[in-house]
Write a protein that binds this ligand. Structure first.
Ligand code: HEC
Ligand code: HEC
Length: 387
């Protein structure tokens, strides 16, 4: 127990004891009550040996998958990996000639030096228009089943076409964008090497970009090293944070699997209902009342580096995020539009979100754990675009 004492005040220690006592009561017994035991039990990749996660009854136990190290990226059969395709994809990712203005590349809003986002609340696009949503990081998108905050793209190949056409992003039509690339003589040899001949098509552009994106993955975060057996890779505080993440803080209900996302959509209580930034998320795609305000559970890998957070980017610090979750279901929607269609689509926050009663020390521990999911920003050499 001396680790715990080093970490926390006496009062914190008492609370901590209660947390573990309740967290573990129905689970695997008293041996996990102290950090040293937690460290022992979690630093093994067989998650069935870990303490049981505290899961809501809404979570499907048949499909639930615990957090853990990422597996190797799978490349789809229709678009297998090749070094040449990756090379071409990288050039295209950094090439502003895909945009109408010739000024905006994918990398403008997904900048490798800014953890593959732009680190602003909402992205600026064509003519410096403000986007509706916060830019998402590219790292680890290889593991996402659906893309975008509302999941409207089904693969990275599919996704790559959206920003080119989006009037607030690159504002081009696909044929013109493709023609712009075809007009660059220097690209011919890259297409030939990647696809067998030098024809430039929209499909080939999307396949090359997707291949490049699939190679951008987190390697061996401290969390990964820890669960693979490197017992000292996490601090005491992070070990506690990991345990809380899976138990008292309930994060595991949605941020699960080695990708730290269940790939589902949940209403996190953030539609900003009735305000000028209102965003009904998945509902915009499906028009079903049950989908109002649902957003894709984002991965938490690299998350400590990709702020500001949430689809609207309104949370500038991780403390804000944790305090938000700690309150559970936030205040019910007050603004009604009685007698109008809008009254049928009142956003309802997911019942999984409940008041957590995490102490300040516990909040800090979860934040410290999230930091262990980030890896160093590798320098990405800038490309010399073909002419
Ligand atoms: C003007 C800024 C901007 C540009 C340019 C841009 N993006 Fe994005 N990107 C965003 C924003 C904002 C989102 C989230 C939008 C949403 O969910 O509606 C996003 C989302 C994504 C996602 C989804 C990630 C996930 O986890 O679901 C991928 C992948 C992506 N962009 C790749 C690209 C590619 C490839 C290009 C170039 C062809 C590109 N982006 C150009 C701003 C931009
Ligand atoms: C009910 C499912 C659910 C639970 C439980 C949950 N989250 Fe989330 N989380 C989401 C969804 C959905 C979003 C995106 C919401 C949005 O942008 O409107 C999100 C967003 C986030 C973000 C912002 C990520 C980004 O890239 O902007 C962080 C950080 C986060 N969650 C951490 C946590 C932590 C820590 C916990 C536990 C205290 C937790 N979440 C519990 C579903 C959940």
């Amino acid at each position: 127990m001396k680790h715990v004492f080093n970490l926390l005040t006496c009062k914190g220690y008492l609370l901590l004891f209660l947390v573990f006592a309740t967290g573990c009561r129905q689970n695997k017994g008293e041996e996990y009550y102290d950090i040293a035991s937690l460290r022992e039990v979690y630093s093994q990749s067989d998650t069935s040996l870990w303490p049981e996660p505290e899961l809501d009854s809404l979570v499907d136990l048949n499909t639930f998958k615990d957090i853990g190290p990422l597996s190797k990226v799978k490349f789809p059969k229709e678009n297998p990996f090749s070094e040449e395709k990756k090379k071409l994809g990288k050039l295209l990712f950094f090439d502003p000639r895909l945009s109408q203005s010739g000024q905006i590349a994918c990398a403008s809003c997904h900048n490798p030096e800014l953890s593959w986002t732009d680190q602003i609340t909402r992205s600026f696009g064509h003519n410096r228009q403000l986007n509706k949503r916060n830019s998402m990081p590219i790292k680890n998108t290889a593991y996402a089943e659906k893309l975008f905050w509302d999941g409207r793209a089904s693969s990275l190949e599919h996704q790559a076409m959206f920003p080119i056409e989006d009037p607030k992003e690159m504002n081009n039509d696909l044929d013109t964008a493709t023609q712009n690339i075809a007009n660059v003589k220097g690209y011919a040899s890259y297409f030939e090497e990647a696809f067998g001949d030098s024809t430039v098509t929209t499909e080939r552009i999307s396949k090359a970009i997707a291949t490049y994106e699939r190679t951008i993955v987190s390697r061996n975060s401290r969390f990964d090293r820890f669960v693979k057996g490197k017992k000292e890779a996490l601090t005491d505080q992070q070990v506690l944070g990991l345990h809380l993440f899976r138990t008292k803080a309930h994060c595991i209900n949605c941020h699960n699997t080695p990708y730290f996302s269940d790939g589902q959509f949940h209403n996190d209580g953030q539609t900003l209902w009735g305000s000028k930034h209102e965003d009904l998320g998945l509902y915009h795609q499906t028009k079903k009342a049950k989908d109002v305000g649902k957003f894709k559970t984002p991965t938490l890998r690299e998350v400590s580096k990709t702020g500001p957070w949430m689809h609207h980017g309104h949370f500038p610090t991780m403390l804000d995020v944790l305090q938000f979750y700690n309150l559970g279901n936030p205040a019910p929607i007050q603004k009604r539009y009685l007698g109008t269609e809008r009254d049928f689509i009142l956003p309802k926050t997911s019942p999984i979100l409940q008041k957590l009663e995490l102490t300040d020390e516990e909040i800090e521990a979860v934040i410290a754990f999230l930091e262990s999911l980030s890896t160093a920003n590798l320098r990405v050499n800038t490309v010399r675009l073909p002419e």
